[in-house]
Unconditional design. Structure first.
Length: 140
Protein backbone atom coordinates (compact mmCIF):
# COMPACT_ATOMS: atom_id res chain seq x y z
CA UNK A 1 0.00 0.00 0.00
CA UNK A 2 1.21 3.48 -0.82
CA UNK A 3 1.28 5.97 2.02
CA UNK A 4 -0.01 8.61 -0.43
CA UNK A 5 -3.43 6.87 -0.25
CA UNK A 6 -3.69 8.25 3.31
CA UNK A 7 -3.67 11.87 2.09
CA UNK A 8 -7.41 12.34 2.93
CA UNK A 9 -6.53 12.09 6.64
CA UNK A 10 -3.98 14.92 6.65
CA UNK A 11 -5.09 18.01 8.53
CA UNK A 12 -6.84 19.12 11.72
CA UNK A 13 -10.09 17.52 12.85
CA UNK A 14 -12.59 18.06 15.65
CA UNK A 15 -13.26 14.81 17.46
CA UNK A 16 -16.68 13.97 18.90
CA UNK A 17 -16.64 11.07 21.35
CA UNK A 18 -19.89 9.38 22.36
CA UNK A 19 -18.98 7.33 25.43
CA UNK A 20 -21.74 6.32 27.86
CA UNK A 21 -21.55 8.82 30.71
CA UNK A 22 -19.43 11.25 28.67
CA UNK A 23 -21.68 11.93 25.70
CA UNK A 24 -20.81 14.84 23.44
CA UNK A 25 -17.18 14.97 24.55
CA UNK A 26 -15.03 17.00 22.13
CA UNK A 27 -11.36 17.06 21.31
CA UNK A 28 -8.95 17.69 18.45
CA UNK A 29 -6.88 15.42 16.25
CA UNK A 30 -4.06 16.32 13.88
CA UNK A 31 -2.82 13.99 11.14
CA UNK A 32 0.55 15.07 9.73
CA UNK A 33 3.43 13.62 7.78
CA UNK A 34 6.73 12.83 9.45
CA UNK A 35 8.81 11.86 6.44
CA UNK A 36 7.25 8.64 5.13
CA UNK A 37 5.10 8.10 8.26
CA UNK A 38 1.72 9.54 9.20
CA UNK A 39 1.58 10.79 12.80
CA UNK A 40 -1.74 11.26 14.60
CA UNK A 41 -2.00 13.35 17.78
CA UNK A 42 -5.26 13.57 19.70
CA UNK A 43 -6.14 15.67 22.74
CA UNK A 44 -9.44 15.48 24.59
CA UNK A 45 -9.92 17.73 27.65
CA UNK A 46 -12.13 15.11 29.37
CA UNK A 47 -10.15 13.00 31.87
CA UNK A 48 -12.20 9.91 30.94
CA UNK A 49 -10.76 9.97 27.40
CA UNK A 50 -6.99 9.50 27.04
CA UNK A 51 -4.83 11.71 24.86
CA UNK A 52 -2.90 9.67 22.31
CA UNK A 53 -0.26 9.62 19.63
CA UNK A 54 -0.21 7.13 16.77
CA UNK A 55 2.31 6.39 14.07
CA UNK A 56 1.02 4.83 10.84
CA UNK A 57 3.40 2.91 8.61
CA UNK A 58 2.98 0.62 5.59
CA UNK A 59 2.69 -3.13 6.17
CA UNK A 60 2.87 -5.82 3.49
CA UNK A 61 0.35 -8.09 5.24
CA UNK A 62 -2.47 -5.77 6.32
CA UNK A 63 -1.90 -2.61 4.29
CA UNK A 64 -0.82 -0.42 7.19
CA UNK A 65 0.04 -0.70 10.88
CA UNK A 66 -1.02 1.87 13.43
CA UNK A 67 1.24 2.02 16.51
CA UNK A 68 -0.90 3.48 19.34
CA UNK A 69 0.33 5.10 22.58
CA UNK A 70 -1.87 6.92 25.09
CA UNK A 71 -1.71 8.97 28.27
CA UNK A 72 -2.70 5.94 30.39
CA UNK A 73 0.45 4.12 29.26
CA UNK A 74 -1.47 1.81 26.93
CA UNK A 75 0.50 0.65 23.89
CA UNK A 76 -1.22 -1.30 21.09
CA UNK A 77 -0.69 -2.30 17.48
CA UNK A 78 -3.58 -2.19 15.02
CA UNK A 79 -3.79 -3.56 11.49
CA UNK A 80 -5.20 -0.75 9.37
CA UNK A 81 -6.92 -0.55 6.01
CA UNK A 82 -8.48 2.24 3.97
CA UNK A 83 -10.66 0.87 1.19
CA UNK A 84 -13.46 2.63 -0.69
CA UNK A 85 -13.62 5.36 1.96
CA UNK A 86 -13.88 2.89 4.86
CA UNK A 87 -11.16 3.14 7.52
CA UNK A 88 -10.69 0.04 9.64
CA UNK A 89 -8.40 -0.54 12.61
CA UNK A 90 -8.23 -4.10 13.93
CA UNK A 91 -6.56 -5.71 16.93
CA UNK A 92 -7.07 -9.48 17.17
CA UNK A 93 -3.79 -10.75 18.61
CA UNK A 94 -1.51 -9.89 21.52
CA UNK A 95 1.13 -7.28 20.84
CA UNK A 96 2.77 -5.11 23.50
CA UNK A 97 0.07 -6.16 25.95
CA UNK A 98 -2.08 -9.26 26.40
CA UNK A 99 -5.26 -9.54 24.34
CA UNK A 100 -8.13 -9.45 26.85
CA UNK A 101 -10.61 -8.71 24.04
CA UNK A 102 -10.62 -8.04 20.30
CA UNK A 103 -11.00 -4.45 19.15
CA UNK A 104 -11.85 -2.64 15.95
CA UNK A 105 -12.75 0.79 14.69
CA UNK A 106 -14.78 1.21 11.51
CA UNK A 107 -15.21 4.73 10.14
CA UNK A 108 -16.58 5.97 6.84
CA UNK A 109 -15.44 9.11 5.04
CA UNK A 110 -18.25 11.24 3.61
CA UNK A 111 -18.10 12.13 -0.09
CA UNK A 112 -15.99 15.28 0.29
CA UNK A 113 -13.69 13.82 3.00
CA UNK A 114 -14.73 16.38 5.61
CA UNK A 115 -16.15 13.84 8.07
CA UNK A 116 -15.37 10.32 9.25
CA UNK A 117 -18.33 8.72 11.03
CA UNK A 118 -17.45 5.60 12.99
CA UNK A 119 -17.42 3.58 16.15
CA UNK A 120 -15.12 1.43 18.25
CA UNK A 121 -16.30 -2.11 18.81
CA UNK A 122 -15.14 -5.02 20.97
CA UNK A 123 -15.54 -8.77 20.85
CA UNK A 124 -14.59 -11.62 23.13
CA UNK A 125 -14.24 -14.12 20.26
CA UNK A 126 -13.45 -11.96 17.21
CA UNK A 127 -16.78 -12.82 15.57
CA UNK A 128 -19.59 -11.18 17.58
CA UNK A 129 -18.90 -7.44 17.77
CA UNK A 130 -20.53 -4.97 20.20
CA UNK A 131 -20.43 -1.17 20.04
CA UNK A 132 -18.17 0.40 22.66
CA UNK A 133 -18.53 4.05 21.68
CA UNK A 134 -18.98 6.36 18.73
CA UNK A 135 -16.11 8.43 17.36
CA UNK A 136 -16.72 11.05 14.67
CA UNK A 137 -14.10 13.26 13.02
CA UNK A 138 -15.03 16.60 11.40
CA UNK A 139 -12.42 18.48 9.41
CA UNK A 140 -11.65 21.94 10.78
Amino acid sequence: MAMSELRPFVGRWELAVDIPGAEDTRGQVVFEWLGALLVVRSEVPDSDVPDSICVIAPDDDSGYLQHYFDSRGVVRLYEMTLEDGVWTLLRTKPDFSPLAFHQRYVGRFNDDATMIDGEWQSSQDGRDWQRDFGLVYRRI
